[in-house]
Write a protein that binds this ligand. Structure first.
Ligand SMILES: *Cc1c(COP(=O)(O)O)cnc(C)c1O
Length: 399
């Protein structure tokens, strides 16, 4: 697999490190940022934020979008508007970026880990078996029999941009009176049965960090279809200030989570060429899938049959039994300046979350050590095409 990857990424040379995921700028970003600076509104007030929110609403088909300072803040707000309170438990996957569990902790709630399927997302079947064995209903609340705490919500991460099985998860949440929140941080542009992810449940979060499909430097957004939830989220992310022309009155302890105008200007420029970015990412995924087809010891993680993925991070799963090869692969590729990554350490194996309640996590534990994420920048396909062309030209010059 190592030789093959070096070959298909044209990395016989040792120059030009290949990043895991770089932002993709087309030059229009300068104009938007200049306009924003010229307007003198670079901070929490200005038109770029509302324009960015409108554009995002068109792209994601979410009725309401609230832009935030980062994806973690958006997720924290999602959980607050879902009614998560101290000592509630929130079901989630141990296989996600740490922000998922941290956002739950910020609410004073406790992450409760459940297992994943072979697409690395929460497995509805395992979840159903677990809930029917470990929980019971009391006053319309789903209660963890062991800890006696209320299980208030489920956070579903669409891992690497591949959508989770939403119909089945939604059905379960309805049956157990659990709020569904999506951590769609990695999944802007991904669809489940034709519908963009991020607003299947009460609310969902997206991230625009530098390594995501588009970036605002740092930034995030909360998506929802409910006006009541949107109003609450807007209030919570803007310090709980009561609307008034000059007075500073705040009716709750809230947060300063509003996305600055300058970041939104960058985001608006990025959204203008987002369709091209998505296309390039899909082409790269197809390139990897095609070239990995005949590799015996690893397979590319493909989008589930019910979904269209943005292929945020192309990843391979090493064959069963090859887990001890992972670090050797990562080291060898790094020495060739190909920057690959393992998945995030499973949350229940971290000291900060090892005490949390959890289901049997055997599938997550089995898959985690075999995951390698590959360079996935949108502009990588363009670079590869250029390099292939150059090589073809050289070959024809030789004859
Ligand atoms: C990136 C990410 C976040 C957090 O986003 P930030 O903008 O970095 O705060 C949350 N959850 C997941 C799964 C992510 O990948």
């Amino acid at each position: 697999m190592i030789e093959r990857l070096i070959e298909i990424l044209n990395k016989e040379d040792d120059k030009h490190p290949l990043a895991l995921h770089e932002p993709c700028f087309d030059g229009s970003e300068y104009q938007y940022i200049k306009q924003c600076i010229d307007s003198e509104c670079v901070s929490s007030i200005g038109s770029f934020v509302t324009r960015f929110e409108h554009k995002l609403s068109t792209i994601t088909k979410a009725k309401y979008v609230i832009a935030t300072i980062n994806g973690t803040a958006a997720l924290h707000t999602c959980l607050l508007v879902a009614g998560v309170e101290p000592n509630h438990e929130v079901l989630t996957s141990p296989l996600s970026f740490i922000a998922t569990s941290n956002a739950i902790s910020y609410c004073g709630a406790i992450p409760h880990f459940v297992d994943v399927d072979n697409h690395l997302n929460i497995d509805p079947q395992r979840l159903q078996d677990y809930l029917s064995a470990e929980c019971h209903f009391q006053d319309d609340y789903c209660i963890n029999k062991q800890t006696k705490r209320v299980i208030k919500a489920l956070v579903v991460t669409h891992v690497f941009g591949h959508p989770a099985n939403m119909d089945e998860l939604l059905e379960l949440c309805e049956r157990y009176n659990i709020e569904l929140v999506e951590d769609a941080a990695q999944a802007l542009g991904s669809t489940y049965k034709g519908k963009p992810v991020g607003h299947f449940g009460v609310a969902g979060a997206i991230s625009f960090n530098g390594n995501k499909v588009i970036t605002t430097g740092g930034g995030g957004a909360l998506l929802t279809n409910s006006k009541r939830i949107a109003d609450k989220a807007k209030h919570l992310t803007t310090t709980g200030k009561v609307s008034h022309p000059w007075r500073y009155r705040h009716d709750c302890i809230a947060y300063n989570y509003r996305m600055p105008n300058l970041n939104a200007a960058l985001g608006l420029a990025q959204l203008a060429h987002f369709p091209t970015i998505l296309q390039q990412k899909r082409k790269l995924a197809e390139y990897y899938i095609e070239h990995f087809a005949d590799i015996a010891d690893a397979c590319i993680l493909k989008e589930p049959r019910f979904a269209h993925s943005n292929y945020w991070l192309n990843s391979v799963i090493l064959e069963d039994g090859l887990a001890e090869l992972r670090d050797h692969i990562l080291e060898t590729l790094a020495s060739k300046h190909i920057l690959c990554r393992p998945a995030w350490d499973l949350h229940h194996t971290l000291a900060i979350y090892e005490q949390c309640p959890r289901a049997n996590l055997s599938n997550a534990e089995n898959l985690f050590p075999r995951i390698v994420s590959l360079p996935s920048s949108a502009n990588l396909m363009i670079k590869l095409q250029a390099a292939n062309k150059e090589r073809a030209n050289e070959d024809s010059n030789h004859c």
